[in-house]
Design a protein around this ligand. Structure first.
Ligand code: UD1
Length: 443
């Protein structure tokens, strides 16, 4: 079992460069299945979810080569429409293969997708939209088999999402991108997340005709073929947010580069409210945190541009050590408070009722009884000898929240099941050490 161990209490200082967004790269990688030719993806972080996705592509017939942070994907003929079960079970993103393969091959067979255990994560919205364009599917056991033969339409096909699901939006875009040239699909109520825009930008660079990404309505004019391209995805706004929250929790002065400030406006305003000095350029954010102000927060997670569910747990940590009272309402995933009992072990005052957490800020979190506090001159290799508090990660973002809590807490925090964290943050230990944190990864 992989673990991360932290001796908390250090401020963070320095510079960090962000990598490409996992949640952009997953659908962009499946979209490569629709291309005839070669795609170069730059700035690709080494994450277990992305590696799994590349395995899925290779199993289907793509030739995948990695060189540093560039991935080269050659797509000529695909061997099969059947997705590797083991890989698909491991990542939620495997569901995007559905739209891409229906577009390219007219058929697909895949198991219900896996992913972090943050809720029931149904795919009914994906299936409803696919059925509306004429996809026929049936489920047997845990397997979905689907076929699709697009027909020529004289008029645009109008589709409407009941809820702006990111995945369902990305799936229907892919299912309609390739097809009978001249067919038009107007998709209302779509997700406006930057990752959706990124997927559309990538596809358009490959020859697709998609308009309206970033608004409530996306129009897809199907094309008969896509060509290869070179593409750099947007930087990861969730990892950006996590690091900003970490600095707000520990104090310090950190500049993040290769980031897009406008993707985190909601969070930046909340960090300013708690006393952070934020300065931005087009592609960097500097955060200086000297003293946290008392603050009352009322945070509701919501689709973009609302407060992201993927930063809910990390932000909660900040509220636990901010004088005042906070209410955090989780509106997207029902299991997103599994980190709370772990934070309580560190002294946080939180109660959860249904989808709402009430937090009373304390002056500090503490991982170690005072008598066992580590010396302030603590050297990293000696970390193992420290006695502290062990907490358990249950999912990626909740795990990152525990890392932030460990950085802010007095004493030593050991995080079990750190493998969840590496799904989206392979270099978290290296990054935080670069900023002066006392943190090690243990196998
Ligand atoms: C994506 C992100 C995830 C993020 C989430 C919300 C990826 C790979 N993952 O997940 O990190 O937390 O957006 O920003 O991009 N729903 C249904 N039926 C469906 C689909 C979704 O009821 O068919 C519900 C979900 O259970 C959830 C809500 O809609 O309550 C949002 O889900 P969705 O936007 O689809 O998230 P994902 O695409 O799974």
């Amino acid at each position: 079992m992989s673990q991360i161990q932290i001796v908390g209490g250090n401020q963070l200082h320095g510079h960090l460069r962000l990598s490409g967004a996992k949640n952009s790269l997953l659908p962009i990688m499946t979209a490569c299945l629709m291309v005839h030719g070669t795609v170069y993806l730059h700035d690709v972080p080494k994450l277990s979810d992305l590696t799994q996705m590349l395995h899925i592509l290779a199993d289907l017939g793509c030739t995948v080569n990695l060189c540093g942070d560039t991935v080269k994907i050659d797509v000529d003929e695909l061997y099969t429409h059947v997705i590797n079960r083991e890989a698909a079970h491991k990542i939620r993103g495997s569901v995007f293969v559905m739209g891409a393969l229906l577009s390219r091959l007219g058929q697909v067979e895949l198991p219900f997708p896996g992913g972090c255990a943050i809720g029931s994560r149904p795919i009914d919205l994906h299936l409803t939209l696919l059925r509306q364009i004429g996809v026929k599917y049936h489920c047997h056991g845990n397997i979905i088999s689907a076929t699709y033969q697009p027909r020529r339409h004289r008029k645009p096909t109008i589709l409407t999402l009941d809820f702006p699901s990111v995945g369902a939006t990305e799936n229907i875009i892919q299912a309609t991108t390739l097809g009978i040239a001249g067919n038009t699909y107007i998709i209302n109520g779509v997700a406006k997340e930057p990752e959706v825009v990124d997927l559309c930008n990538f596809l358009n660079q490959c020859g697709a005709q998609i308009h309206g990404a970033g608004t409530d309505t996306i129009t897809v004019h199907s094309v008969s073929q896509l060509h290869g391209t070179k593409y750099t995805p947007i930087p990861d706004r969730i990892n950006t947010g996590s690091y900003l929250i970490a600095v707000a929790a520990t104090g310090g002065d950190v500049t993040l580069t290769n980031t897009i400030p406008e993707h985190n406006l909601n969070l930046l305003n909340k960090l300013k409210a708690v006393g952070a000095k934020i300065t931005t350029t087009q592609d960097s954010i500097r955060i200086v945190m000297n003293r946290r102000r008392s603050q009352h927060f009322n945070v509701h997670t919501a689709p973009y541009p609302g407060f992201p569910t993927d930063l809910q747990s990390q932000f909660c940590v900040l509220t636990t050590i901010t004088k005042g009272h906070a209410t955090i309402t989780e509106n997207l995933f029902e299991n997103r408070f599994r980190y709370v009992p772990e934070l309580i072990k560190l002294g946080a005052k939180i109660t959860v009722t249904h989808n709402q957490a009430q937090i009373n800020g304390v002056s500090a979190l503490s991982a170690t009884p005072t008598s066992q506090l580590c010396p302030s001159s603590y050297a990293i290799p000696a970390v193992h000898q420290c006695v502290g508090t062990t907490v358990t990660a249950h999912d990626l973002r909740g795990g990152v929240a525990l890392v932030i809590a460990g950085l802010a807490a007095k004493g030593t925090t050991t995080i079990d099941h750190a493998n969840y964290i590496y799904r989206g943050h392979q270099d978290i230990v290296k990054d935080l050490r670069q900023l002066g944190a006392h943190i090690v990864a243990l196998d």
